[in-house]
Design a protein around this ligand. Sequence first.
Ligand SMILES: [Zn+2]
Length: 301
Amino acid sequence: MAVEIPFRRDFAFAYGRLETVAAGVRRIVARNPSPFTFKGTGTYVVGAGDVAVIDPGPDLAEHVAALIAGLAGERVTHILVTHTHRDHSPAARALQQATGAPTFGFGPHRGGRRGEPGTEEGGDWDFVPDVVLRDGDRVDGSGWRFEAVHTPGHTSNHLCFALPDRGILFSGDHVMGWSTSVIAPPDGDMGAYLASLDKLLGRRDTVYWPTHGPAIDAPQRHVRAFIAHRREREAGILDCVSRGVGQIDAIVDRLYVGLQPALHGAAGRSVHAHLIDLVGRGIVESDGPATLDGLYRPARR
Ligand SMILES: [Zn+2]
């Protein structure tokens, strides 16, 4: 019996409009829909008057212009970035040029090196935060206080931002309602991702606002389903490997029935992330380095 994830895909919004989604929380959705971004990037504004912006979004001039127009008469005091993917951080530059606000984040992108073959394509190699945040760091503004929650896995530099007084967690791409997260090596790390899901189970947040799609209002149930889903996927991969199906393409064909062709590559990277984790735990071994086109088999013990 497959794990059922309680996906949430009802999403009411209008592109280009800064809309109130909860008390003191507004959101504007960028027009960059895709199989990885759902309807597009949701840029959040927290506070009123002096405000923080979370995930300015992709390098889309109309998005930044609409955000700034929506904030007429207000002042952006903080620009917070959950992680350095191209649908999240590039607009920080234009927003900072327009407002002078400092940027906050864990650090620059770390998926290998820019231009190196085999490194992921979606990284924003240009973003460098003005203020570096570590797990548990506080960021104080006018009427709000954020706590940074380091949640590596989707990327090594992923942060969620909590408003502990309100039970709100801005969960970035770590936990989304509409889809599972892409865990793509080299920067994506399955073991770190599962540990970061466990970390959220130890918190008391009551609602998550992901960067893509609608809010998650039963977050613990959602996180537990994601953990169960990955454990189930891992068991499926181990089953394949133990039957001699040791190449990632073949494993994807077996395990992802009915997959859209556009998502085949992402599924392969996810299987790769599981295999790297399994090799690291001594359960599986590979011929040579644990690459995307490697051959995997059960470890001899
Ligand atoms: Zn991302």
